[in-house]
Design a protein around this ligand. Structure first.
Ligand code: ADP
Length: 230
């Protein structure tokens, strides 16, 4: 199977008060197109940093990050943004919707940035997919956490991403709402073949994926298939 993501000898360090802090230490793994993967580990172990590097949101200190065969290693922020626009969807624990824009406008932003046509109709379509067409004119503060996360999913789906990165997507949601959001994410994987890489504390969510990668103290400590069929 084709690899959509390939990580080799990946490290990330920060300089702080004259000292070098190693946050990720020589990480290696590849992700097959269409697969579902969880990254788990204690708080502060480097999961969010790792996801950001994989998605091209941030730049590594050393090592290789290849997304869809494109090496993000030495790319400028602008070039990485282009690759993200083309292939990547990203959702965050705290949704990261723009507060001054309605649900519809939030979903329209990436469509507009890509210079697409009929963006209003397409954004409405996307909101409909996540069951929020009737909330399109609501602002983020007028929506529940679950609704905000569904808007952010509609936004993430807008470029039909090859790979969806999700950082604690259910971290701020109650159990019932989490179920809805998780179902939408896995439906996208089943229907469109979108690869999923999710950082989570929720072991039930992790167990729904095909593979669990465990990070501790910036190192990959285990990488195991679950009983979920490929
Ligand atoms: P996790 O997602 O597993 O909780 P993070 O990736 O958020 O872990 O953070 C890993 C470590 O990197 C933490 O110790 C954090 O303080 C440190 N860190 C993250 N970002 C920065 C930064 N910009 N500067 C310095 N240290 C950072």
């Amino acid at each position: 199977m084709e690899n959509i993501l390939h990580i080799a000898d990946l490290s990330k360090t920060y300089q702080s008060a004259g000292r070098t802090l190693t946050v990720l230490d020589n990480i290696n793994f590849s992700v097959t197109a269409g697969s579902t993967n969880a990254i788990v580990g204690p708080s502060g172990s480097g999961k969010t940093t790792l996801l950001g590097l994989c998605a091209g949101l941030d730049r590594s200190s050393s090592g290789i990050v290849e997304l869809n065969g494109i090496n993000l290693g030495n790319m400028s922020e602008d070039k990485r943004a282009q690759v993200r626009n083309q292939y990547v969807g990203f959702i965050f624990q705290n949704f990261q919707l723009l507060p001054t824009l309605t649900a519809l406008e939030n979903v329209m932003v990436p469509l507009e940035l890509r210079g697409e046509r009929n963006i209003k109709a397409r954004a409405l379509d996307l909101l409909d997919k996540v069951g929020l067409a009737e909330r399109s004119h609501h602002y983020p503060t007028q929506l529940s956490g679950g609704e905000q996360q569904r808007v952010s999913l509609a936004r993430a789906f807008s470029n039909q991403p090859k790979i969806l990165f999700a950082d604690e997507p259910t971290g701020n949601l109650d159990a019932e709402t989490s179920e809805k959001v998780i179902k939408l994410i896995f439906d996208l994987n089943k229907e469109a073949g979108t690869t999923l890489v999710v950082v989570t504390h929720d072991l039930e969510l992790a167990a729904k994926t095909q593979r669990i990668i465990r990070i501790k103290g910036g190192k990959l400590v285990s990488d195991e298939k679950t009983s979920v069929n490929v």
